[in-house]
Design a protein around this ligand. Structure first.
Ligand SMILES: [Zn+2]
Length: 255
């Protein structure tokens, strides 16, 4: 299995944060091989086995993992003790301060984001495609961590995982207009008659507006569409594809 781990979070012993790739699972084409999503048409037994393999590798109980039925919204769920693998809430962000309760965000081009507050010991997982980013899902999640766990923006550590970049995300003029109206013109890339969008630029603008410094942000630099042999890409794979995931879990504090 090939996993990407966060450099930014490697200094913290109480958290484990990773992103998956296509590699290391049991699913076959077009879900080959480590598809983690049930809703994309893959054999559910294979998806379950992929979750088991990942949980084994990262050392958590797969039943404790909370994932989401993602809907490109700005809806956040605060994880409670009744939630588990079999009851994914409908939302696009999860936050918790529970130990040994992994949070998972799935994606194929959208930006999977993992959040960690090393002071208050809280975590988050966010799904931000164009729609979610424009609806402010990321700043809203940081605000929810502030409200629920007392997270200070100066403490929060943010990892933007593998996502489609401006090189591959062509959009139409209507969307470009909306992006510009919302104040994110910087995220538009114009080459001749074509216009493309870099969602990570929107996210960076939002984080800067909150006063979050670049040292608090890690951005994975591979574009999922350019590197669709390593990642699932909704665009590059013509919509029939699996999902990679970002997964973050709090470990017990040393006693
Ligand atoms: Zn690209």
């Amino acid at each position: 299995m090939t996993l990407l781990s966060s450099n930014l979070l490697s200094q913290y012993l109480q958290v484990s944060a990773h992103f998956t790739t296509r590699h290391g699972g049991v699913s076959s084409s077009p879900y080959g091989t480590l598809n983690l999503a049930f809703h994309v048409g893959d054999n559910p037994q294979n998806v379950l086995e992929n979750h088991r393999i990942l949980a084994d590798r990262l050392g958590y109980n797969p039943v404790n993992l909370v994932h989401m039925r993602q809907i490109h919204s700005n809806k956040i769920t605060i994880v409670n003790s009744t939630m588990n693998f079999n009851t994914p809430p409908q939302c696009d962000a999860l936050i918790t301060n529970f130990i040994d309760t992994p949070l998972m965000v799935m994606s194929a081009d959208c930006t999977p984001i993992l959040l960690y507050d090393p002071t208050k010991h809280a975590i988050g997982a966010v799904h931000a495609g164009r729609e979610g980013a424009l609806k402010g899902i990321l700043p809203k999640t940081i605000e929810a961590m502030k409200q629920n766990y007392g997270t200070a923006v100066s403490d929060i550590q943010i990892i933007l995982g593998p996502a489609i970049h401006g090189c591959c995300y062509e959009i139409n003029e209507n969307i470009a207009h909306e992006v510009k109206e919302k104040g994110y013109e910087e995220a538009l890339i114009r080459v001749k008659e074509k216009v493309s969008l870099d969602v990570n630029t929107i996210l960076h603008i939002q984080l800067k507006a909150l006063g979050i410094s670049l040292e608090q942000i890690e951005t994975m630099d591979e574009c999922t569409s350019c590197h669709c042999h390593d990642y699932f890409s909704y665009r590059a794979d013509a919509q029939h594809t699996g999902r990679i995931a970002g997964v973050i879990v709090l470990r017990p504090l040393p006693s």
